[in-house]
Ligand binder design. Structure first.
Ligand SMILES: C[S@@+](CC[C@H](N)C(=O)[O-])C[C@H]1O[C@@H](n2cnc3c(N)ncnc32)[C@H](O)[C@@H]1O
Length: 165
């Protein structure tokens, strides 16, 4: 099924464009070989890179989103990388290039309410994937519990034509 990506704490939404990056492990690869973002040899074993993947929806929330379409936004995310980490700066520059051509919507919103709104109804015909990266520890224990409960409730309503991961 096409993926409906929902990310909390998405910042500039660069993970929401993951399918436009290139991943290589051993003799398998996933993604555009011409992508300006390339991850190679980072895995133990071989991830299922031979899976087909289509992204239908790219949405995120953040209490303080960064707009990668502006010079200020690009400067903000670049300031988060240490200046001597040239590989990371190059990957970020590539991801910003991708962000300029692949739209993703990152709303200014607090995670618990946003997750509840997004999972209020099962979305048919897409596989909904709710994810986070380095955000969970910023949520209070109460908010973690609210998000966890909402996802569990969403999972209990999931069906084979409206799955939730
Ligand atoms: C360390 S950054 C991680 C950004 C991005 N996910 C990444 O992996 O690079 C943490 C992000 O979580 C956001 N954040 C913190 N608390 C949040 C909340 N309650 N709801 C939504 N976003 C939140 C911050 O504004 C920040 O953009």
């Amino acid at each position: 099924m096409p993926l409906r990506l929902l990310e909390i704490g998405a910042s500039a939404g660069l993970h929401l464009r993951f399918d436009h990056y290139r991943y290589e492990a051993a003799d398998l690869a996933f993604g555009d070989p011409a992508s300006p973002v390339r991850f190679a040899g980072l895995w133990e074993g071989t991830p299922p890179f031979d899976a087909a993947c289509t992204v239908a929806v790219r949405e995120g929330c953040d209490v303080d989103p960064v707009n990668p379409a502006t010079e200020e936004g690009r400067l903000t995310v670049t300031s988060y990388v240490w200046p001597d980490q040239r590989d990371r700066l190059a990957a970020l520059s590539g991801a910003l290039e991708v962000a300029a051509r692949v739209p993703a919507n990152v709303e200014r919103a607090d995670a618990p309410g946003w997750v509840a709104a997004k999972l209020a109804q099962p979305a048919r015909g897409v596989a909904t994937v709710m994810f986070q990266s380095i955000v969970w520890q910023y949520l209070s224990v109460e908010d973690q519990e609210r998000v966890r409960r909402t996802i569990e409730e969403g999972g209990s309503c999931a069906t084979s034509d409206a799955p939730l991961a």
